[in-house]
Design a protein around this ligand. Sequence first.
Ligand code: C2E
Ligand code: MG
Ligand code: MG
Ligand code: MG
Length: 276
Amino acid sequence: AGSRAQEEQIGFYDRDADHALARQISMEAELREAVERGEFINFYQPKIDLKTGKLAGAEALVRWRHPQRGLIQPTEFVPVLERSGLVTQVGRNVMQRAMEDWRAWHDAGLKPPQIAVNVAPAQFRCDSLFDDIERALNTAEASLRPLSIEVTESGLVADQRRVVDILNRVRELDVPVAIDDFGTGYSSLAYLVTLPVDVLKIDRSFVVKMTQDANYMGMVQTIVQLAHTLELKVVAEGIETEEEAKFLKLLRCEQGQGYLYGRPLPAEEFARLLQH
Ligand code: C2E
Ligand code: MG
Ligand code: MG
Ligand code: MG
């Protein structure tokens, strides 16, 4: 019976459509407990200035340290957090923790870079977002611009006036805003270009195909040009090869993030990276 139970546990996160709903419900219950027990941790992935090769920032990426199943990646549970509304609380904690880590590194003399935190669409609709950002900033050293946020297109499409209002207020705090996974959503370009944002993050799917397919190369080039016309900076995600990096540099893409430069690391390991 023991091994049977174990099998069921291992199969828990399989993508078997038959039991998808049941799994989501039980996962939701587990996630609720995980929030209470504080089982989420931040990893940090470096962002590199493509021109100088120096560290230019980091992205905070959440992981679930499950007591039995070990480290679980966000693609497995963030969608469930979003559907259940729990993402608001988890996202708030990720941001607060990011600024606590930033503060600790700063106090240790490590010169931490700006840390980007993903903000889910639900957080963006939540009234406390602005206060959460202010509180997190106060934990760190607001004048050193410790924080930026990343929002996907889907977080930006509903309620245009409200979105623009929030973006303006966030940017007044000197917190830059990036449109994450740019190019993968369904929103109109005409709308996106009117938004008060600072950065476009080109989705990994474009970067992967760029060096194989001239159409993708053309799209990346067009996105970079568009961004620069609008005086936005460009970050490319998912850079894995020198060839990809070379092309992005030629296109004058400002920053890059990807396994070529470093995988997401636990806070202690990221601190070690800052020491060197
Ligand atoms: P994202 O915001 O687009 O983050 C980038 C993802 O690409 C990360 O996956 C990162 O590990 C991965 N990545 C970066 N470079 C490479 C590369 O060279 N190769 C490959 N194969 N992958 C690369 P991760 O950490 O699994 O996160 C997945 C997604 O989960 C994130 O995509 C983001 O949408 C979401 N997420 C993560 N943390 C949070 C969070 O705190 N809040 C919210 N709302 N969403 C989060
Ligand atoms: Mg992101
Ligand atoms: Mg992204
Ligand atoms: Mg992405």
